[in-house]
Design a protein around this ligand. Structure first.
Ligand code: ASP
Length: 408
């Protein structure tokens, strides 16, 4: 019965996607209707998600930590997760750089005179990003929806609870589970609105941009999408099948509802609840998903890293600059770090691109070249971002099961 219900939701989401594209194309000449009357409902849907996601991440990670009841175990799972995330992200940038260099000759020469782009002063400096991870106030991270700070706070309190239980013995963790269950239930209710959300978010994008938006930037968009697909199909299929013992076809099929949601909302954080549901259905343990996925939605951004690699080469060639091998390596490093600092919300990756460009001395104004179609880049990169998180949940769950089996 339950199964049937869930299937129906994914079908509904797919139908919403198709309808949004059709309605968007039909409204291409009148985008003001789509942005004025359809988009607000998408915004309401996203607002509800934003409202619940702070507490959800806070309690979910805490519940994940305390359910392991052992700091060592958190360390093992956390360690495998971070290693997986860092390696796949570095690989993603490398793929982006490789393909962008291969297709560089096909990039159009765009006029770069008179370009201006105001980078956000707070998010381009690496040291500021590092300092910004640590909260200085208990409430502000929630008010500002600062996910990295929420994660740090939730880890500290989770560890404190475990230590308290070690020293005092038998501390009851039920309140964490109850708080987590309440957030999950509220999220489930919001998820039921996904088909409406998908339609109302995607239709205005299609209506506003129309097929013509793809014009001069078609090639760089195409290269980015080729990289997204190659990375997802090659890297995740390999890791999921070899380390996770799951058929890639089953994996991608099971991920479809979350993929469609990510594509429409361009938000990893917004897709988090659906991603949790899909990953658990694919066999990932709740203990692992509640820890790995919220963390991934915040720090693991393979699609964003690919986009930053591709755009760096694209912007360099538009400005007639030839990147050296050392510069490419710097891009791999900074894009990996930049993707950690990228929030899982629409458009965040473009702001962090400024940090990558600055690290190799490329003109930040170049971002203006790709800014007009950022949403289209963003939809694809978010799909890769959340698929990478789910692949990690599947892999770490399987590794954890094997570790336990070995111990027995
Ligand atoms: N929109 C992306 C995400 O939520 C982040 C980005 O802009 O690259 O995953």
């Amino acid at each position: 019965m339950q199964e049937k219900k869930k299937m129906a939701l994914s079908t509904q989401i797919f139908i919403a996607l198709v309808l949004a594209i059709i309605a968007g194309i039909a409204l291409t000449g009148h985008p003001e209707f789509a942005t004025g009357y359809i988009k607000p409902f998408g915004t309401i849907f996203l607002n509800l998600i934003k409202w619940i996601v702070g507490p959800l991440v806070f309690f979910s990670i805490m519940a994940g930590v305390v359910s392991m009841r052992d700091i060592k175990k958190v360390g093992t799972i956390g360690g495998s997760t971070v290693v997986y995330y860092m390696c796949t992200t570095a690989f993603a940038v490398a793929i982006g750089l490789l393909f962008a260099n291969l297709f560089k000759g096909a990039f159009p020469v765009l006029s770069t005179t008179g370009l201006t782009f105001e980078p956000s002063a707070t998010s381009v400096n690496f040291m500021d990003t590092l300092v910004g991870i640590f909260p200085s106030n208990f409430v502000v991270p929630f008010v500002e929806a600062n996910m990295l700070q929420i994660i740090v706070a939730s880890l500290i309190i989770g560890f404190a609870l475990i230590l308290l239980s070690d020293s005092k013995g038998n501390v009851e963790f039920t309140f964490v589970d109850i708080a987590n269950d309440i957030c999950m239930k509220a999220m489930e209710m919001i998820i039921k609105l996904s088909p409406i959300g998908v339609f109302c978010l995607l239709c205005p994008v299609v209506a506003e941009n129309g097929p013509s938006v793809l014009g001069s930037l078609a090639k760089v968009l195409l290269v980015a999408y080729i990289c997204y697909i190659v990375h997802a199909v090659v890297v995740y299929s390999l890791t999921v099948s070899t380390l996770g013992h799951l058929s890639p076809i089953t994996f991608f099929k099971g991920m479809m509802p979350a993929i469609i949601m990510a594509f429409s909302s361009a938000s990893s954080v917004g897709t988090l609840p659906l991603n949790m549901e899909c990953s658990e259905k694919l066999g990932a343990d709740k203990e692992v998903t509640s820890f790995v996925l919220p963390l991934g939605a915040t720090i693991n951004m393979d699609g964003t890293a690919i986009y930053q690699g591709v755009c760096s080469v694209f912007i360099a060639s538009c400005f007639g600059i030839q990147l050296t091998f050392a510069q490419m390596l710097t891009i791999v490093l900074t894009a990996t770090l930049a993707s950690i600092g990228t929030a899982g919300v629409p458009g965040a990756g473009m702001v962090m691109l400024a940090m990558v460009l600055q690290s190799v001395g490329l003109p930040v104004e170049g971002i203006a070249l790709v800014a007009g179609v950022d949403r289209i880049f963003d939809m694809g990169r978010t799909v890769v971002n959340i698929t990478g998180d789910a692949s990690c949940a599947v892999v770490v769950s399987e590794m954890q099961r094997r570790r336990l089996a070995k111990k027995k």
